[in-house]
Ligand binder design. Structure first.
Ligand SMILES: Cc1ncc(COP(=O)(O)O)c(C=O)c1O
Length: 359
């Protein structure tokens, strides 16, 4: 018998995997508290959860039949929500699945996917899993896209450029001029607008002009259904058509489809929670301004990147002991920083008190 790993695809045997967040029970166990005491500010989740109407719609969903592989109803509703034709829209099991599907559609082994670091880790992770070469271009000193460096890194083997707006974890937007400069280079440009509803700023109006533009969105954040896994992409109908042919047929489960439809119908109520989270982020900003030596980066999302000007990991461990979990990144430019998600007023009270005590 050959060794099992010897049978595996070589590039996957020791892949540099994605650092995902642990479940609440595991976080609690690690610091010796009860799960109810855990405050999760480490995954940009929405603590309010789905609305009552969404929960009721999910509870009524028949679970014994397969969901619609073409997600006709959801695509029609998303068409109305986004103002884009339904044939330009494709739902995925989270924006995450669409990142992977796009990579599968466009990248031959060894071809390049480009991201602009520090940024969301799934772009480079999916590229590695799909045997792509990852070109990571550093952002400039203000974490803005370095267009000149990106242009220099793009060659005829570069198939996809990922940009994130607002960028996770730095919070800044991509401007229209920056996007246009990248779209003119030719590869697919994926603009990840996961946090769109927290700022209302989108580049979707460029879709008519650029066939190589793909916009990614999700229900995980504004609609608070991260656990159900529902995102979508907007792009050329040609891309959508081909992705429909290669995606797993029932990738959107029935509960997620129903929850998506019900969230769109109840979006006025859900957007109130989005507004509250933005308000709490602003409150955190003004509280941090009172703490000497602490800086933060202006954010358009439901999170804030805070620079403590000393080891961020240590501060994150101190917060963890108090049941508050935030995100630390190993990127060299973020060693003194933490990304803190916006929470309920009560969660932010505890966070602010803890930060004042620690820093
Ligand atoms: C920038 C960005 N894109 C995509 C995702 C994943 O979204 P989803 O839950 O829809 O897979 C996240 C999640 O945090 C994110 O921050």
């Amino acid at each position: 018998m050959p060794e099992l790993t010897g049978l595996m695809r070589r590039h996957l045997v020791a892949v540099d995997t994605y650092a995902s967040v642990d479940p609440t029970e595991e976080l609690a166990r690690r610091v010796g508290i009860r799960p109810e005491e855990v405050i999760r500010l480490n995954a940009n989740e929405n603590p309010y959860g789905p609305s009552q109407a969404v929960k009721e719609a999910v509870a009524r969903t028949p679970l014994n039949i397969y969901p619609d592989p073409n997600q006709r109803q959801l695509r029609a509703a998303l068409g109305e929500y986004t103002g884009q034709p339904a044939e330009s829209i494709l739902p995925g099991a989270g924006a995450d699945e669409l990142i992977d599907l796009l990579m599968r559609l466009f990248i031959e082994p060894g071809e390049k996917a480009l991201d602009c670091v520090p940024t969301f880790g799934m772009y480079s992770f999916c590229a590695r899993v799909n045997n792509a070469t990852v070109a990571s271009v550093e952002r400039d000193e203000l974490f803005e896209l370095d267009i000149r460096a990106i242009k220099a890194a793009v060659d005829d083997r570069t198939k996809i450029i990922f940009i994130c707006s607002p960028n996770n974890p730095t919070g800044n937007l991509v401007s229209e001029a920056q996007a246009k400069a990248l779209l003119a280079l030719g590869p697919i440009v994926v603009v990840d607008e996961t946090y769109y509803e927290f700022c209302g700023r989108s580049l979707a109006h460029l879709l008519g002009e650029f066939e190589n533009l793909v916009i990614l969105r999700t229900f995980s954040k504004w609609a608070a259904i991260a656990g159900l896994r529902l995102g979508y992409m907007i792009g050329s109908p040609t891309i959508v058509e081909h992705l429909v042919e290669v995606k797993p047929p029932y990738n959107i489960n029935s509960a997620a489809e129903v929850a998506g439809l019900a969230s769109l119908a109840d979006r006025k109520a859900l957007m109130k929670n989005v507004e509250m989270l933005v308000r709490q982020r602003r409150r955190l900003e003004s509280e941090l301004q009172q703490i000497p030596g602490v800086k933060f980066w202006p954010s358009h999302g439901n999170f804030l990147l805070v620079d403590f000007q000393r080891d961020g990991r240590q501060i994150s461990e101190e917060l963890g002991k108090r049941g508050i979990f935030v995100r630390y990144f190993s990127h060299p430019r973020l060693r003194n920083s933490l990304r803190i998600s916006s929470g309920t007023p009560e969660q932010m009270d505890l966070l602010i008190d803890a930060l004042k005590a620690i820093v």
